[in-house]
Design a protein around this ligand. Structure first.
Ligand SMILES: Nc1ncnc2c1ncn2[C@@H]1O[C@H](COP(=O)(O)OP(=O)(O)OP(=O)(O)O)[C@@H](O)[C@H]1O
Length: 459
């Protein structure tokens, strides 16, 4: 596709008053231990350290926990936080749960020693004043910087990799980029890479013969369906390696094979998302480097909600409005929100508000209780509905919706546990298609990994 002709509107019309903010570059480097020499150099707001491959700095040190600690760039400086490690985090020989760091500080975890350094001269960047982009809402500097980047990237026709933890708004970001691009009148298609098995890849992505249902015929793959528009490849890091090779060929040639041997040109912008650390996957040989560079021409990372608590009031208001939930956001409620870690990020906030609105109607204020004790609430373990409090206080249909919503969460968490987290077995047990199963797990914010963690199956 030709480079889009975009009429540039003035900044004040679309982006509000811009502010210039300093973004320092900082480094977290392993200076002692089995991973000596490994480092992360970044301008991002957060560096997560641990043995889990989704961390930004992945350590092989066996005495380090999966999610051991994180360092966050805040307005007051770099904040070190132990994220529930087994063996603790130490600064100057003293165990700390949370502490501000000064450049050059050494942090110890297990057999590893890290040095955290901030570069002397920060880069100054212009951050738009607008507090939303598409359906994304955010008033924090971190989100306004993200909006500025997304707006710039939307105008160019390049591939984009959106990174971020679950529920941070990666799909919304992709949709917003599409809506602000020259392709906005074309289709926006989503493909969930969790669902792309090696056998199905060819047909689902690139089209081909539909077999097995007695009506063999040519089916359009999702690439063809997205012609002239944008293809959002959700969780691209889950693609099996052989499929990655095929995808790379299509991105390079911009053609998909057809049955009659004539290749079909596909003019599609690809936006991919991942909750993983794809660079680490490349280092480990789990993701092709050449494909990574094709997909990550532009990269945007959506910050976790716990690192932008100043977004909470605006987000809670906006979400309550879209949910048409009548909910009182008192200063006390917001204070509880601010004290909570939000492992499920904005999706979790939305679910909490939805639940809260219904509980409030029943005059039950205990819906906020779990926020006060986040450490006791294991992720992946869904809340139980207090049916008794709904009966007689909510009209039938609303009470039923409420109970069904909680039932879904409980049911799928239980089913996955029963079948040992085997998706194929869950498909059989539930009688649902794999696609519906994934959709319902996702809708209910249930990730296999979290459910397994809750059962202590993952380290
Ligand atoms: N910045 C935001 N403003 C408003 N709503 C948001 C924002 N971020 C996320 N949401 C809400 O959270 C929900 C989840 O967002 P989305 O599906 O885009 O997240 P995701 O990062 O793609 O999640 P996953 O990795 O689990 O697929 C959305 O439906 C929306 O309600």
């Amino acid at each position: 596709m030709d480079r889009p002709e975009v009429t540039q509107t003035t900044q004040t019309e679309q982006e509000g008053r811009t502010t210039r903010i300093p973004i320092p570059e900082w480094t977290v480097e392993v200076v002692a231990g089995p991973d000596k020499g490994k480092k992360v150099k970044t301008q991002d707001g957060l560096v997560r350290v641990g043995s889990d491959s989704a961390c930004d700095l992945v350590l092989t040190d066996a005495t380090v926990s999966r999610r051991h600690l994180e360092v966050e760039r805040t307005a007051r400086g770099l904040m070190l936080r132990d994220t529930g490690s087994r063996n603790g985090t130490f600064l100057d020989g003293r165990q700390v749960v949370q502490a501000y760091l000064t450049s050059g500080d050494k942090v110890e975890l297990g057999k590893t020693k890290l040095s955290v350094k901030v570069a002397p001269r920060p880069t100054e960047v212009d951050v738009a004043g607008a507090e939303s982009f598409g359906a994304l809402v955010g008033a924090s500097e971190k989100m306004r910087w993200v909006f500025t980047e997304l707006r710039r990237i939307a105008r160019e026709d390049m591939s984009l990799l959106v990174e971020g933890e679950t529920g941070t708004g990666k799909e919304l970001a992709a949709r917003a980029v599409h809506q602000h691009s020259a392709r906005r009148h074309g289709p926006f298609k989503v493909v969930d890479c969790n669902l792309i098995s090696e056998e199905k890849a060819e047909r689902e992505l690139f089209g081909g013969l539909r077999a097995g249902d007695g009506e063999d015929r040519e089916a359009r793959g999702v690439f063809e369906a997205a012609r002239g528009g944008t293809l959002f490849m959700d969780e691209v890091g889950e693609l099996p390696l052989p499929v990655q090779g095929k995808l790379l060929r299509v991105l390079e040639t911009r053609e998909v094979p057809s049955l009659d041997g004539q290749p079909v040109a596909v003019d599609v912008r690809v936006i991919a998302s991942t909750h993983r650390n794809l660079e680490e996957d490349v280092r480990q040989g789990r993701f092709r480097a050449d494909l990574y560079f094709r997909l990550a021409v532009a990269r945007v990372r959506l910050p976790p909600l716990r690192t932008r608590r100043d977004d909470l009031p605006a987000l809670a208001q906006a979400l309550a409005q879209t949910l048409r939930a009548s909910i009182t956001l008192t200063p006390q409620t917001l204070a509880l929100f601010e004290g909570y870690e939000w492992p499920g990020n904005v999706r979790e906030l939305r679910n909490v508000l939805e639940r809260g609105a219904l509980m409030e109607e029943t005059g039950n204020s205990s819906w906020l209780d779990f926020l006060a004790q986040p450490s006791r609430r294991a992720e992946g373990q869904p809340p139980t509905t207090q049916v008794a409090t709904l009966v007689g206080t909510l009209p039938y249909h609303e009470a039923k919706d409420r109970v069904l919503a909680d039932f879904e969460r409980l049911y799928f968490a239980e089913v996955m546990k029963t079948v040992g987290f085997d998706m194929k077995a869950a498909e059989q047990r539930t009688g649902l298609s794999m696609q519906s199963l994934y959709r319902l797990l996702k809708k209910n914010g249930l990730r296999l990994k979290d459910l397994k963690n809750a059962e202590g199956l993952e380290k």
